[in-house]
Write a protein that binds this ligand. Structure first.
Ligand code: ROI
Length: 161
């Protein structure tokens, strides 16, 4: 079994509810079990500003799925939520599920980079990740979670309730 961190993001059509629904899809999936789930956070859009704020969260799961099989499952869930792929680069999305960390592995495939690209610079990923991660979590090739958070401004990130 591998411990995996997944980033969840949405900024369309009741995003907080979308995130909670996606959480259930993942937790109830036969090949994944939930370990931890962060608070929900709101964050201004990174990328084009003419889109609504995002709701973001991070969850950890245990799975026996390979990273690629996990990617396929998560893409299937995104599609179930009606995401149109690649309409506008970095435009609004109903649901985004990203593999942030896959155990301590570094993966460099055309369709999958782990740790997730940009993880180390994105407040909406780092802060919820730190909330649920062990203090000693190390992001392969990047540094300790605590160091990364200290170096990352909040950028308007706010914890929701
Ligand atoms: N911006 C924020 N704040 N949160 C996201 O989840 C997010 N996801 C994206 C882009 C468009 C890069 N911007 C984002 O894919």
């Amino acid at each position: 079994m591998i411990e995996v961190y997944i980033g969840l993001g949405s900024n369309l059509e009741n995003p907080a509810e979308k995130i909670q629904q996606a959480r259930l899809f993942i937790a109830e999936h036969a090949n994944m079990s939930e370990l931890k789930f962060s608070s929900l956070y709101s964050s201004p859009p990174m990328g084009p500003k003419d889109q609504p704020d995002y709701v973001n969260a991070v969850m950890s799961i245990q799975t026996a799925l390979s990273a690629i099989d996990l990617l396929r499952v998560l893409q299937g869930i995104e599609n179930d939520f009606g995401r149109d792929r690649d309409v506008i680069r970095w435009g609004a999305r109903t649901l985004d599920l990203d593999i942030l960390l896959y155990g301590d592995q570094q993966i460099d495939l055309p369709e999958l980079k782990v740790p997730h690209i940009g993880l180390a610079e994105r407040a909406f990923v780092l802060y919820p990740l730190q909330e649920i991660a062990n203090e000693s979590l190390f992001v392969p090739g990047k540094g300790s979670i605590n160091d990364l958070v200290v170096q990352c401004p909040l950028d308007g990130l706010e914890k929701l309730s």
